[in-house]
Design a protein around this ligand. Structure first.
Ligand SMILES: Nc1nc2c(ncn2[C@@H]2O[C@H](COP(=O)(O)OP(=O)(O)O)[C@@H](O)[C@H]2O)c(=O)[nH]1
Ligand SMILES: [Mg+2]
Length: 403
C-alpha cells in the first residue's frame, strides 16, 4: 500500500515538474506562493497539460488518491527503494503488579497517617492507673478515628474487662490485646473476595457506585488492572455519561492495560451504555465487565431512578455479581450517610474505601461495615495505578497499631 501511494506521489510530482517546465516562465510569474514543501497526498493537484492556464481550473473536480489513474496500470515509476516506513507508535500495554501482598507493601501509607490511633491507644493503656478519665480518652481516640459510637463502646468494655483480668501489663501483652480486639471489630470471617467469576456464565458483571469525587472511576480503572494482572480479560462500561471527560478518564485507564471501553453519547442514557457494555463483553468473550456510574446526589430520587434503571437493564443479561460502593475515607461520618442512601437503591455487596492514605480516620472501616452489614473488600491507598489493595484485616490492624 505504501509503495502504491509512493508511486502515485512520485508520478504526480514528476508529471507536475514536466508540465511546469513545458509551460515555461509565463506560468511561473503568475503562480501563487509555493505550496508547503510536503505534498498533500490525500488531494494531489490535477496534472497540468501543455497550454493550460496558470490558474487552477475551477470546473475540474479534485481527485482523491484512490481516483488517480496509475500511469500504465501499476507502472513502477518509483526508481528508488521506498524508504523504510516509520513505525507508528503502538501504545504500550502495561503489565500491572500482582495483587498478592499489596496491602502489606502499602502498609506504610496507612501507618504514616494512622499510627496515631494505635500508638495513642497503646500509650493510654500503658498508664499505671487506668482510671475513668483514661478510659474516656481511649473512647475519644476511637471516636476521633471514626470507629463509631457503638463499636467504640463495645471495644472499651471488652478492653476494660481483659485489662482487669490481666493485672500487671507488659507492652507486648497490651499490644496483643489491642490487636485482638481491633481484629474482632474489623471482622475476620467476612468473605472479602470481589466476585468477578460466576461459575455458570461469562462475563462476571461488576457495577461501581458512589458519590462523585469519591474515586469511582479511579477505582474501576485500578480494578481493571488488578484483574488483568491476575490474567483476566476486561471490558469497561462508561455509564457516567454526564461528562465526556468521565468516559475519557475511564478509557485512558482501560487503554493502559488493553481493556476495551464501551461508551455512549454525552448525556446519553447510562443504562443503555451499561447494557451495551455487557453485550459487548459477551460477544468478545471477556471474563469481566466493569461498569462505572455517575454519582450525582442532587436529588435522591434522580439517583435512585438512574441507578435502579442501570441495574434493571443490565440484569436483562444476567444478575450483577458485585455492586461496589466507593466511599472516600476522608469524609468520615458523611460516608455513612452516603452508604445509607445507596444501600436503599441497590444491593451493595462490597465497599471500597478510598484515600485511606491521607487520613487518620481508618476506623470508618468498622463503622461502615456495621452500617451496611457488608464487608470492605478493597482499599485505595494512593493515586498511583497500583495503589488499590485487597482489604486484609490483619495487615490493616497491624498498620493501625504499628509494629
Ligand atoms: N490519595 C488518593 N486519591 C485518590 C484515591 N482514589 C481516588 N483518588 C483521587 O480522587 C479524585 C477523584 O477520583 P475519581 O475516580 O475521578 O472520582 P469519581 O468522581 O468518583 O469517579 C482523583 O483525583 C483521584 O486521583 C486514593 O485511594 N488515594
Ligand atoms: Mg467518575
Amino acid at each position: 500500500m505504501e509503495t502504491v501511494i509512493l508511486a502515485v506521489v512520485i508520478a504526480v510530482v514528476v508529471l507536475g515538474a514536466l508540465g511546469g517546465l513545458i509551460v515555461g516562465s509565463r506560468r511561473k510569474k503568475s503562480l501563487p506562493p509555493p505550496p508547503p514543501a510536503a505534498p498533500d497526498i490525500t488531494a494531489p493537484p490535477a496534472e497540468p497539460h501543455v497550454g493550460d492556464e496558470a490558474e487552477t481550473p475551477r470546473d475540474e473536480p479534485r481527485r482523491t488518491i484512490e481516483e488517480v489513474d496509475l500511469p500504465g496500470g501499476s507502472a513502477p515509476v518509483a526508481v528508488e527503494e521506498p524508504p523504510a516506513v516509520e513505525e507508528l507508535p503502538v501504545p504500550e500495554i502495561e503489565v500491572p503488579e500482582p495483587t498478592a501482598g499489596r496491602l502489606v507493601r502499602l502498609r506504610a501509607r496507612l501507618s504514616r497517617s494512622q499510627n496515631a490511633l494505635g500508638k495513642g491507644l497503646l500509650t493510654l493503656l500503658s498508664r499505671e492507673h487506668l482510671d475513668e478519665e483514661t478510659w474516656e480518652e481511649v473512647e475519644d481516640t476511637l471516636l476521633t478515628a471514626d470507629v463509631g459510637v457503638q463499636p467504640t463502646q463495645e471495644l472499651v468494655e471488652r478492653l476494660r474487662e481483659r485489662v482487669k483480668v490481666l493485672g500487671t501489663r507488659t507492652p507486648a501483652e497490651l499490644r496483643g490485646l489491642l490487636r485482638e480486639e481491633l481484629l474482632t471489630l474489623v471482622g475476620t470471617d467476612f468473605d472479602r473476595t470481589v466476585k468477578t467469576e460466576p461459575e455458570d456464565r461469562k462475563p462476571g458483571i461488576v457495577m461501581v457506585v458512589g458519590v462523585n469525587g469519591t474515586g469511582k472511576t479511579t477505582t474501576t480503572g485500578k480494578l481493571a488492572r488488578v484483574l488483568v494482572a491476575d490474567g483476566r480479560t476486561v471490558v469497561l462500561g462508561a455509564a457516567d455519561t454526564f461528562r465526556a471527560a468521565a468516559a475519557d478518564q475511564l478509557q485512558t485507564w482501560g487503554e493502559r492495560v488493553g481493556a476495551y471501553t464501551v461508551r455512549g453519547p454525552e448525556a446519553g442514557d447510562p443504562a443503555s451504555v451499561a447494557f451495551d457494555a455487557v453485550k459487548e463483553g459477551k460477544e468478545m468473550g471477556v471474563d469481566v465487565v466493569l461498569i462505572d456510574t455517575a454519582g450525582r446526589l442532587h436529588t435522591k430520587t434522580g439517583l435512585m431512578d438512574e441507578l435502579g434503571k442501570v441495574k434493571r437493564v443490565v440484569e436483562k443479561h444476567a444478575p450483577l455479581d458485585e455492586v461496589l460502593l466507593v466511599l472516600d475515607a476522608t469524609t468520615g461520618q458523611n460516608g455513612l450517610v452516603q452508604a445509607r442512601v445507596f444501600a436503599e437503591v441497590v444491593d451493595i455487596t462490597g465497599i471500597v474505601l478510598t484515600k485511606l492514605d491521607g487520613t487518620a480516620k481508618g476506623g470508618i472501616v468498622v463503622a461502615v461495615q456495621r452500617e451496611l452489614g457488608v464487608p470492605v473488600k478493597l482499599v485505595g491507598l494512593g493515586e498511583g495505578a497500583d495503589d488499590l489493595a485487597p482489604f486484609e484485616p490483619e495487615a490493616f490492624v497491624d498498620a493501625l497499631i504499628g509494629e
